[in-house]
Design a protein. Structure first.
Length: 212
C-alpha cells in the first residue's frame, strides 16, 4: 500500500533522508517532512520524554517564548473570549498567561489533562504551542480543531518551521525523537487552503488561522 502523508492524506510521500536508523519522507503536495511510522516511539517511551519537560508557568524565559504566539493572538481576540489550550502539557503555562490577560480557558492533553468533555463544545480560539510536530495523525486533529472553533474563531499554532534541507540532520528540532512531523511555511498555506482558513504568519514559527 502506498503510504499517505499524515498532513494532507495524499499519496505524495517520497524518500527524503535516512539519519541513523530513522527514515524521513517529504510530501510533494503539502511539503511536510515526516518520520516513517515504523520509527515512531511507543506511547510509554513518548510519555517518559514528556515527563522530563519543565514548562514552569513562573519561568520568565518560557513566558517570553510563548509570547511569540500570545502577543499577536491577543490582539485579535475580544475580551473574555473562551479558549482551549490543546496539548497543554504537564505545566499549562500558556493557559495561565491567557487567563491573566482576561481570557476564559480550558485545557486538554492526551497524557496530562485527558478530560474529553472539553472536546464537546466550541471555542472562540484554540492554541497549539509545540504540539503539532508530535501528532501521529495531524489531518484528523486539524479537522477536529476546526470543528471545535466557532465561525470567525482563531487557531494559533507554534512549531519550528523546517526550512534548510542541508541542515535537517543536525537540526535540534529533528533530534527530539517525539517530533515526527515538520511543517514548512508552504505546509501552513496548504492547511489554510484545505480548511478554508485565513492564514497570518505574524512571527517566526507562528501561524494564526482564522475560521471563516
Amino acid at each position: 500500500m502506498t503510504p499517505r502523508c499524515p498532513v494532507c492524506e495524499t499519496s505524495a510521500l517520497e524518500p527524503f533522508q535516512v539519519i541513523g536508523d530513522t527514515r524521513y519522507q517529504r510530501c510533494g503536495t503539502c511539503e511536510a517532512t515526516v518520520m516513517e511510522e515504523s520509527c515512531w516511539l511507543e506511547a510509554h517511551e513518548e510519555k517518559a520524554i514528556y515527563d522530563l519537560h519543565d514548562n514552569n508557568p513562573d519561568d520568565a524565559g518560557y513566558r517570553r517564548f510563548l509570547s511569540k504566539l500570545t502577543g499577536p493572538l491577543l490582539g485579535r481576540l475580544q475580551p473574555r473570549s473562551f479558549g482551549l489550550d490543546f496539548g497543554c502539557g504537564p505545566g499549562p503555562a500558556l493557559a495561565a498567561m491567557l487567563r491573566e490577560a482576561g481570557m476564559d480557558m480550558a485545557v486538554y492533553d492526551p497524557f496530562f489533562c485527558p478530560e474529553e468533555s472539553v472536546l464537546e463544545r466550541q471555542y472562540d480560539f484554540i492554541t497549539c504551542t509545540e504540539v503539532v510536530e508530535h501528532l501521529h495523525h495531524p489531518a484528523e486533529t486539524f479537522r477536529q480543531l476546526d470543528s471545535l472553533l466557532v465561525p470567525g474563531g482563531w487557531l494559533g499554532v507554534m512549531t519550528c518551521f523546517q526550512t534548510d534541507d542541508e541542515r535537517f540532520a543536525n537540526w535540534h528540532y529533528r533530534r527530539d525523537p517525539t517530533h515526527i512531523v515538520f511543517y514548512r511555511r508552504a505546509t501552513m498555506k496548504w492547511l489554510a487552503r484545505a480548511h478554508g482558513w485565513v492564514l497570518d504568519i505574524p512571527a517566526k514559527d507562528v501561524a494564526l488561522f482564522q475560521k471563516r
